[in-house]
Design a binder for this molecule. Structure first.
Ligand code: ISL
Ligand code: CA
Length: 558
């Protein structure tokens, strides 16, 4: 009954920042191939590659101009084939990033589409006449500014939910859909093992594209409530499932912002009619700003009560029905140890990184580890806007500070230090040599200055490192079925505890009791433990029973 991907662990690689093999400052495919043994040593089963396709890199590869070609900065198709072959030899699967809500404006479909209203590719994108001398509706782009770009060539506007260089594909057009399925089959024929689908729940837009609700502080309306989980999305995904996924043994993950548990049960139903699992964002929104115009730009830590309530809701709602991804980090999120943990001292960095790893890896779902998470890489805390590369951080600064004057420079820089996507994109820290062993050339994105202390070499040399702790958690997922199939319950009375998170996982022969201290205080709690309970894993060398030390994590098995 269980599927292989239900007890698999996925490791995400951001190609530009993993390993540079030719010293041009940009990570590449050969570099990844060189480091596959490291991923294997950690114990992961699947490697998720962020986009490696040909792209003008306006949004770091999430703007694709040719789905069947490799970005020359990353190498060529031979390099890709070599990566795939070596991965398979090691028993690692490769999951590709599939970005098909939009293409790059340099894609040949869009180049054709622009040319005229009767071009055969016109309907590959979403073109509309303007309204009252302006855009067709009031939607804003997720990267600031309007979601419509005027094109004088044909005197119409095209829709772009992200950058103007990322026009949205028109999924109403069956030719678009079948072009995408053909492309997916082409990669599957090459031997890739599956797809992570970028904002896949945005592909069905509402009929007539109505205005969205606008908060008074916002320059444009947030289209998300209208474009997420649109009326035809499940129909499209079932069609894709029939055309591609069901014919092969492919892993499929839907990146689905703004998805409810009810919707998730459709996307990721265990009947396999659409996708294997959702990758949802609710727990990533718990530390956002109370002002919707500021969105995630804020500087507060999520409370344990909110975090636990959210994780618990998803554990309960999907159990036995659908499947979720478990993650703290990806290429869009700040580093978890800086966000939900404590990177102020070396001791607390290590303790809290292990505590958070325990919280995640003891839940039901498929865990993801984002490069560097397994050594406790932290946010970069770059103080100047010039140090940031991400289009989203830079645009947001200008909109919020210069145009809207919602907060001052100092406050916004603090928010950016905490939430910029660049925090995830600083190069991987391999050792303490120049540029952390990532490259001999100045990297495309600045190094996190703490690489001399925090790096892979150091972690591999220390038997108590975060790396080896992750290695153990992964091994438990592979060897202890209760982690995959056990029921989840909060320990009675834990619901309102503001400092300790305690839950159990239980199947017919095993119970795990997980106790986690979210704070740096020493606390005391009583738990009923059977006499045969033994510690499975902990981030302290000994067990002090009811005394629970700063950021302590312990798992009892009985
Ligand atoms: O990162 C975010 C905030 O700026 C998210 O809202 C993000 O845009 C959203 O999760 C969708 O992300 C995905 O699609 C984007 C791309 O920029 C992200 O890197 C990708 O993960 C557009 O393709
Ligand atoms: Ca390179």
């Amino acid at each position: 009954m269980e599927k292989w991907w239900q007890n698999a662990v996925i490791y995400q690689v951001y190609p530009a920042s993993f390993q540079d093999s030719n010293n041009d400052g940009i990570g590449d495919l050969k570099g990844i191939t060189q480091r596959l043994d490291y991923i294997k040593k950690l114990g992961a089963d699947v490697l998720w590659l962020s986009p490696i396709y040909q792209s003008p890199q306006v949004d770091n590869g999430y703007d694709i101009s040719d789905y069947r070609a490799i970005n020359p900065d990353f190498g060529n198709m031979n390099d890709f084939d070599a990566l795939l072959a070596k991965a398979h030899k090691l028993g690692l699967k490769i999951m590709m990033d599939l970005v098909v809500n939009h293409t790059s404006n340099e894609h040949k479909w869009f180049q054709e589409s622009r040319k005229g209203k009767d071009n055969p590719y016109r309907d590959y994108y979403i073109w509309r006449d303007g309204k009252n001398g302006g855009a067709p509706n009031n939607w804003g782009s997720f990267f600031t500014g309007p979601a419509w770009q005027y094109d004088s060539e044909t005197d119409q506007y095209y829709l772009h939910l992200f950058a103007p260089e990322q026009p949205d594909l028109n999924w109403e057009n069956p030719n678009v859909r079948h072009s995408v399925y053909d492309m997916m089959n082409w990669w599957a024929d090459k031997g890739v093992d599956g797809f992570r689908m970028d904002v896949i729940n945005y592909i069905s837009k509402p009929e007539n594209l109505p205005d969205a609700k606008k908060d008074p502080n916002e320059m444009y309306a947030n289209p998300e409530p209208l474009v997420a989980n649109g009326h035809r999305v499940h129909e499209f995904l079932r069609e894709m499932n029939q055309a591609v996924l069901s014919k092969r043994q492919l892993i499929s993950v839907g990146e689905t912002p703004s998805v409810t548990t009810e919707e998730a049960k459709k996307y990721a139903n265990l009947d396999n009619s659409e996708l294997n699992m959702v990758f949802q964002f609710e727990h990533m929104g718990l530390d956002g700003n109370s002002d919707p115009a500021l969105g995630r730009w804020a500087d507060r830590k999520a409370s344990l009560k909110d975090l636990r309530a959210n994780l618990t809701k998803w554990q309960k709602a999907l159990a036995g029905k659908a499947w979720n991804s478990l993650y703290w980090n990806n290429h869009d999120q700040p580093r978890v140890v800086s966000r939900f943990g404590d990177d102020k001292s070396e001791k607390n960095r290590v303790l809290s990184a292990k505590m958070l790893a325990t919280m995640l890896h003891m839940q039901q779902g498929t865990p993801y580890i984002y490069e560097g998470e397994e050594i406790g890489m932290t946010n970069a805390y770059f103080p100047n806007l010039n140090d940031y590369v991400d289009i989203d951080s830079i645009n947001s600064y200008h909109q919020i500070v210069d145009q809207q004057h919602l907060v001052d420079d100092k406050t916004m820089m603090k928010y950016i230090e905490m939430h910029s996507r660049d925090n995830a994109r600083t190069p991987m820290q391999w050792d303490s040599t120049q540029n952390a062993g990532f490259s001999k050339h100045q990297p495309w994105e600045k190094m996190n200055p703490n690489f001399e202390k925090i790096n892979v070499q150091q972690a591999l040399d220390d038997p108590n490192s975060i790396f080896y702790y992750y290695q153990k958690l992964i091994e438990f997922r592979h060897t202890l079925p209760v982690i995959t199939n056990g029921t989840y319950e909060l320990v009675p009375g834990n619901e309102d505890d503001e400092q300790i998170y305690a839950f159990t996982r239980t199947n017919s022969d095993t119970t795990l009791l997980i106790i986690l201290n979210y704070t740096d205080n020493t606390l005391s709690r009583d738990y009923d433990l059977p006499s045969d309970a033994k510690i499975l894993i902990s981030n302290y060398p000994d067990d002090q029973g009811n005394t629970i030390r700063p950021y302590e994590a312990k798992v009892y098995q009985y």
